[in-house]
Design a protein around this ligand. Structure first.
Ligand code: ADP
Ligand code: MG
Length: 239
């Protein structure tokens, strides 16, 4: 299998000195859907922010063999689409069309291609009729889908998704899970929603206190109740 993301010896401290990641080594292969699970504060979001160069540190992060650095940030961001946990961090235009078109316009695509990218992304997100709506006047579940469409319009090879089902009601959650299931890209999904992990991800990585503590087949990881319990992830809430 082809390596699509390689992380070597990645450690990260926030400016206030807090160590969020310690010695992370990970390889993600093309076509995988990988869950990154771990309790609040484990370092999941911090790790995801390294994958498209929002955060940098001393270790190595490579996408398709090229290091993520300031020189190739534009290239990295065309390959790696990051969907934030809070859709309000991703939506800032007066209309859905403008938000979803932002990436393709920024790439300098001609108008016809921009329209095509937007239409395809909204179709994928199940939001075709929303082009002229204001993103700020949508339900939380609809905002989530539009935030995903803003990333899909760039046709990234890798989707990096931070807690996609947090704050969704059960129906919205399951419909988002089936939406994600239909997307053909390599996916890295941070979540402690074990329903989502089971439904979507063949592989699960547990992060705790900024370190990888387990990495294996989802069926093995989710069946290991003592392991889940040790990292605050037991389904029965026991710790
Ligand atoms: N901007 C920040 N400044 C300082 N510390 C931060 C910041 N963001 C997160 N942290 C700390 O880094 C650690 C990892 O946080 P985070 O990556 O958000 O975890 P997770 O996404 O798994 O909940 C936590 O201890 C958190 O308090
Ligand atoms: Mg987080």
């Amino acid at each position: 299998m082809e390596e699509i993301i390689k992380i070597e010896n990645l450690s990260f401290n926030y400016p206030d000195g807090r160590q969020a990641l310690t010695g992370i080594n990970l390889t993600i292969y093309q076509g995988e859907t990988v869950a990154l699970i771990g309790p609040n504060g484990a370092g999941k979001s911090t790790l995801l922010l390294h994958l498209n160069g929002i955060l940098h540190s001393n270790g190595v992060v490579k996408v398709s063999g090229r290091s993520v650095n300031n020189k190739n940030l534009r290239w990295v961001r065309s390959k790696v689409g990051l969907i934030f946990q809070n859709p309000d961090d991703q939506l800032f235009s007066p209309t859905v069309f403008e938000d979803v078109a932002f990436g393709p316009i920024n790439m300098g695509y001609p108008e016809a291609k921009v329209r095509q990218c937007v239409a395809r992304a909204l179709d994928w997100a199940g939001m075709t009729d929303y082009e002229q709506r204001s993103p700020h006047h949508l339900s939380f579940g609809e905002k989530k889908r539009i935030a995903i469409a803003t990333v899909l319009s760039m046709m990234p090879e890798i989707l990096v998704i931070d807690e996609p089902t947090s704050n969704l009601d059960p129906r919205s959650k399951w419909s988002l899970i089936s939406l994600l299931k239909r997307l053909p890209m390599t996916k890295i999904i941070a979540s402690h929603d074990l329903d989502l992990v089971q439904a979507l991800c063949q592989r699960a990585i547990i992060l705790d206190h900024g370190e990888v503590v387990a990495d294996g087949a989802t069926s093995h990881i989710l069946a290991d109740i003592p392991l889940l319990r040790a990292h605050g992830l037991a389904p029965d809430g026991a710790t």
